[in-house]
Write a protein that binds this ligand. Structure first.
Ligand SMILES: [Zn+2]
Ligand SMILES: [Zn+2]
Length: 340
C-alpha cells in the first residue's frame, strides 16, 4: 500500500491511498484542520490502515485526530475505521441508514438468507458474497456515532455541512463548505465512473429515484469544486449530472428491453451491458454489484408502471408496456420539475 498526500486548499489535505490488490486501484481520504483539531473523511482499504495511521501521524505532526467521518459503508472508505479509531481514540461517524446496513449484514451472516433467496443468489456466488460481508463487518469500531443531514463539522473555511445523498448507499453523505464552495462528494459524484446504484430490501426506499434526486440536490448548491473519493477534483457539476441522467435513462431502457417473458435479477444482469465486460466474465464483487444495480432499475420501472414484479419468493419481473418514451419523460420531469 502506498499513500501520498497533498494540501489541495489551505488546511485541507487529500491522502491518496493506492492498492494493487483491491477492486479499485485507489481511494482518496480527506483531512480537514480546524481550531479544534483534525477530522478525517474516509479511511481507505482494510489493508492500508497501518500505512494510513503512519501518514496521519506525519501530516498532523503527531496531533492525532478529533474524529472520523465515513461518507458511506463501503470497504474502500471504511476499511481503516476500526484501526484508526483505536489508534487515535476518536469517534467514527456514519449516517444511521448505513449503520443500519452494518446491522443487516450481521443478520445475513447469522443465517438470515431471505434476501439472497429473493434475488436468486446461491451456490458459489452466495458463499463469496458471505465471506465478503464477513470481512467487511469487522472493519468497523464497536460503536458508530450517527451523523445526519444538517450536522456540522469544523474545518477550513468554517463549518462543513453534512448533506444526506442517498442512492449509492441509503446513508451516503457529502460534506459542503459554503465559503469555499467545496464539496467532498464520496462516491456520490465521481468525475469518470458512474457510481453503482444498488437495490436494498428497505421498505419505502427507491434507490434510483433517491440517487437522481440526490444528484439534483448537489447540483442546486452549485459547488465550485468537487473533491471525489476516486479521481481528481472537478468543477462542472451540471454537465456531469446531465451525463448521469442520460446514463440511467439508457440503462432503464435497456432493462425494459431485457424483460422478455419473466426474468429474475441474474437473468436481467446477464442481458445488460457492463463497462467492465460481459456479466459472465466478471468477478464475484462485480456480479453482486451488477445484480443489485439491475434490480434498482427494474424496481424503478415497476414504480413507473412499465413492469411488474411476479413470483412470490423470488424477485422476478415482467414488462407491462414497452413505452420507452415514458422513461425519458419521467427523467425529464425529475430534472426540470414544473414550477409550483
Ligand atoms: Zn462506494
Ligand atoms: Zn469508493
Amino acid at each position: 500500500m502506498d499513500i501520498d498526500w497533498v494540501e489541495l486548499l489551505p488546511d485541507l489535505w487529500r491522502l491518496r491511498i493506492r492498492s494493487s490488490s483491491e477492486y479499485v486501484d485507489h481511494v482518496n481520504a480527506y483531512l480537514l484542520k480546524s481550531n479544534n483539531g483534525w477530522t478525517l473523511v474516509d479511511t481507505g482499504f482494510p489493508g492500508s490502515s497501518e500505512a494510513l495511521v503512519r501518514s496521519l501521524a506525519e501530516v498532523t505532526a503527531g496531533e492525532g485526530l478529533l474524529e472520523v467521518i465515513l461518507t458511506h459503508i463501503h470497504y474502500d472508505h471504511a476499511g481503516g475505521s476500526r484501526h484508526v479509531s483505536q489508534t487515535f481514540g476518536c469517534t467514527v461517524s456514519m449516517h444511521p441508514d448505513d449503520i443500519g446496513l452494518v446491522e443487516m449484514t450481521k443478520r445475513v451472516l447469522t443465517g438470515d438468507h431471505l434476501f439472497f433467496r429473493a434475488i436468486g443468489i446461491e451456490g458459489q456466488l452466495k458463499e463469496t458474497v458471505r465471506s465478503f460481508f464477513a470481512r467487511n463487518v469487522k472493519l468497523f469500531p464497536d460503536t458508530l456515532k450517527p451523523i445526519r443531514e444538517g450536522d456540522v463539522i469544523g474545518g477550513p473555511g468554517g463549518s462543513w455541512r453534512v448533506i444526506h445523498t442517498p442512492g449509492h448507499t441509503p446513508g451516503h453523505v457529502c460534506l459542503y463548505n459554503d465559503s469555499l464552495g467545496a464539496l467532498i462528494s464520496g462516491d456520490h459524484l465521481l468525475p469518470r465512473e458512474t457510481s453503482n446504484v444498488p437495490y436494498y430490501p428497505i421498505p419505502g426506499y427507491g434507490p434510483l429515484r433517491s440517487y437522481l434526486k440526490s444528484l439534483l440536490r448537489i447540483e442546486s448548491i452549485k459547488p465550485t469544486v468537487v473533491l471525489p473519493a476516486h479521481g481528481e477534483p472537478f468543477s462542472d457539476v451540471e454537465s456531469r449530472v446531465d451525463y448521469l441522467f442520460n446514463h440511467h435513462e439508457s440503462r432503464l431502457r435497456e432493462t425494459l428491453e431485457s424483460m422478455s417473458g419473466s426474468v429474475d435479477a441474474i437473468g436481467l444482469a446477464r442481458r445488460l451491458k457492463w463497462s467492465r465486460g460481459k456479466f459472465d466474465d466478471l468477478g464475484p464483487v462485480d456480479h453482486w454489484l451488477a445484480i443489485l444495480e439491475a434490480l434498482s432499475h427494474a424496481e424503478f420501472l415497476v414504480e413507473l408502471g412499465l413492469a411488474e414484479r411476479v413470483g412470490s419468493d423470488r424477485m422476478m419481473y415482467r414488462a407491462l408496456s414497452k413505452d420507452f418514451d415514458r422513461i425519458g419523460e419521467e427523467l425529464k420531469r425529475l430534472r426540470n420539475p414544473a414550477p409550483s
